[in-house]
Design a protein around this ligand. Structure first.
Ligand SMILES: [Zn+2]
Length: 458
């Protein structure tokens, strides 16, 4: 073990760096890099430029890559080309933040004891800066790895230019493995790492049966009603009460969770009560914790997001609309193939209602990570070193497009070392991060790099 790698030594390193950590976090949180808002484009660029100068101040070489949208930042702490290279992925763009629910100004960094408030503190600027401090420690102690940083500024808008940019510069971004720090534990009591992400396939169902609104007294009974027909079609696709998809073959490629995965789920700290509270649900389809976790992380869905058409105003206006649209999507899990699902849905709809036009959009396959092997063991060891408990491997119900791009283009395995907690308010008002997660995170990253150095993967 390189010298200086006891938990106590890392704690004292973090303590010594705390003021510097907070000042860096303050600077970056106060740059409102809201990628979705065109008027924030200069701010988002300013965040990228600040990130380049920050990396350089840590002794890294750093470069800004232009894209059709917001830039990508790449930094390198290179030790020796014969050592393995690990790339830490984070994003420095943030969700919009406004509204009366914010108790402090969202783009003002506020410190309340160990808590740091502000948009981006937990998603994902706090974890990004934490990883940088952990890397700095490992690098100073001459751990035999090259540590690279890949900081995106378009994650919150679905990474539209990420894959083309890393593909065009694949040599610069080459790496032996990737570690992503942009995920949330299930509870503070136990570290959790996702080992899989759900994918997505969106659809629009459109039905036109006439040209204009018609009076239901004059034409009703004979006229086709496109809203009613779409509702009937949707009810044939999915059982509204249970959520069970009724399209034949829909589930045939779903990989069942392993025994170990189910055991991890039982230990992860998830409770139905907190889940309901966090999401303001009055009731759920099921009340068993394991069943809820399976449904949100390991099973596919068929959801109707919106139904448009007809009269939406006050009172009852007795028209028969000429046209209706349903916006639908399926969350996908390993090994479902989006193209196969598109074909299944299109064929099913064609049989049931040939006049309905189906268009597919927004395709993203699911991601299946590894929970065994040397990298997963290194994640386990580093989390235990830092937080005193081995992590559970769970799944994420959502999707991170960049993960699939990195696996595809860089041909490297991707692992997750997230630091955020449910109470940090991802994407919510009063977003926050805290010092215990930052301090533990620095230790976890430093120790992870040390473990990679011992793997001799090159
Ligand atoms: Zn994020």
């Amino acid at each position: 073990m390189p010298t200086g790698f006891s938990r106590e030594e890392l704690r004292s390193y973090a303590r010594g760096k705390r003021a510097e950590y907070e000042s860096v976090l303050e600077k970056i949180v106060e740059i409102p890099s809201v990628s979705v808002e065109p008027e924030r484009k200069p701010d988002t660029r300013r965040a990228a430029e600040y990130a380049v100068s920050l990396l350089k101040s840590f002794g890294a070489t750093a470069k800004l890559y232009e894209t059709k949208g917001h830039p990508i930042v790449h930094g390198r702490l290179d030790r020796d080309p014969k050592y393995p290279t690990v790339t830490v992925y984070n994003h420095l763009d943030v969700q919009p933040a406004e509204g009366p629910d914010w108790r402090t100004a969202p783009f003002e960094f506020v410190r309340q004891g160990d808590r740091y408030l502000g948009r981006g503190t937990t998603d994902d600027k706090g974890p990004a800066i934490t990883a940088l401090f952990g890397a700095h420690y490992a690098f100073e102690r001459r751990v035999p790895v090259n540590i690279h940083f890949l900081w995106e500024l378009e994650e919150e808008i679905g990474s539209p230019n990420f894959e083309t940019t890393i593909r065009a510069n694949a040599g610069d971004f080459a790496t032996d493995s990737v570690v992503v720090s942009d995920t949330v534990w299930v509870s503070r009591s136990r570290p959790a790492c996702p080992a899989g992400l759900r994918g997505l396939q969106g659809f629009r169902f459109e039905l036109q049966t006439g040209e204009t609104d018609q009076h239901s007294g004059t034409a009703g009974g004979a006229a086709r009603n496109p809203i009613t027909e779409l509702c009937a079609l949707i009810a044939e696709c999915v059982d509204g009460k249970t959520g069970r998809v009724k399209i034949p073959g829909f589930y045939s490629d779903v990989v069942a969770p392993t025994k170990k995965e189910l055991e991890d789920l039982k230990k992860c700290g998830f409770t139905v009560k907190d889940f309901k509270k966090d999401h303001l649900f009055r009731s759920l389809r099921v009340d068993d914790a394991l069943e809820v976790m399976k449904r949100i992380w390991m099973m596919p869905t068929f959801e109707v997001h919106g139904l448009a058409g007809g009269y939406q105003g006050p009172g009852v206006k007795t028209i028969i609309p000429p046209k209706a649209t349903a916006i639908v999507s399926c969350r996908l899990v390993p090994d479902m193939n989006p193209k196969r699902i598109v074909k299944l849905v299109k064929d099913f709809v064609k049989k049931r209602n040939p006049d309905v036009k189906v268009s597919a959009e927004h395709e993203l396959p699911a991601y299946q990570g590894k929970t065994t092997g040397p990298y997963a063991d290194a994640i386990r060891g580093a989390m235990k070193f830092a937080f005193g408990k081995e992590p559970v491997f769970v799944r994420e119900g959502g999707s991170i497009g960049a993960v699939l791009s990195m696996e595809r283009v860089l041909k490297s395995p991707v692992f997750f070392l997230g630091l955020s907690l449910p109470e940090h308010g991802y994407h919510a008002p009063n977003e926050n991060f805290d010092w215990p997660q930052a301090e533990g995170g620095m230790a976890a990253f430093a120790d992870y790099f040390r473990r990679l150095g011992e793997l001799k993967t090159k």
